[in-house]
Design a protein around this ligand. Sequence first.
Ligand SMILES: O=C(O)CCC(=O)C(=O)O
Ligand SMILES: [Mn+2]
Length: 209
Amino acid sequence: MQANLFDGDQPSSQAIKHPIGNAELLEYPQIFCRAKADQMLKTLIADIPWQQEHLKIAGKLRAIPRLQCWMGDSMSEYGYSGVRLSPQPWNETVKTIHERVADLSGSTFNSVLINFYRNGQDSVAWHADDEAELGAAPVIASVSLGAERIFELKQKHQVPAKKYKLSLRHASLLIMAGTMQQHWLHQLPKEKALAEARINLTFRNIVSD
Ligand SMILES: O=C(O)CCC(=O)C(=O)O
Ligand SMILES: [Mn+2]
């Protein structure tokens, strides 16, 4: 049967440029058809070696509210807030996603941080992806699979700080680039009533010294 162009399930290479001034924020609303994205979500939940990381907060070790996996080329060791992560080898589904992302963004990436939000109780707090090993103006390509979640941004240095909000949909790609990490923080807040899972893959390039 021929696909219906208007059935709302057409992967597209068209990007929406979000107007947030001094940084680059590009959204590709759907980069895979729904069936393929559904399959990828299932496969990744089952196959990725998920880890529960902990952070020391006020002297106590606390589990972070999501599961994670750091994946990439063997040299791409990565760290944040005192956590050191050695990369897992590339998984076939992640390689397929990387190829599509590289095609659309014109950039290749040597690593990816994969987050598994089991439901709306899982989240990531305000931060910028501004670790030294990502370089001064990193291109970060963020693919979402599963439950649609709100993604919030706020300016780091401005008073009052401007805020910006968007919805990250199943099979979408968001590219943060330019001075985004220098000037803005981002977070994925909890959505307590949400029961569905989401996976996010942020492709990154670790710069070696
Ligand atoms: O899940 C998301 O959309 C964002 C994840 C994120 O910001 C990160 O892993 O650094
Ligand atoms: Mn981030």
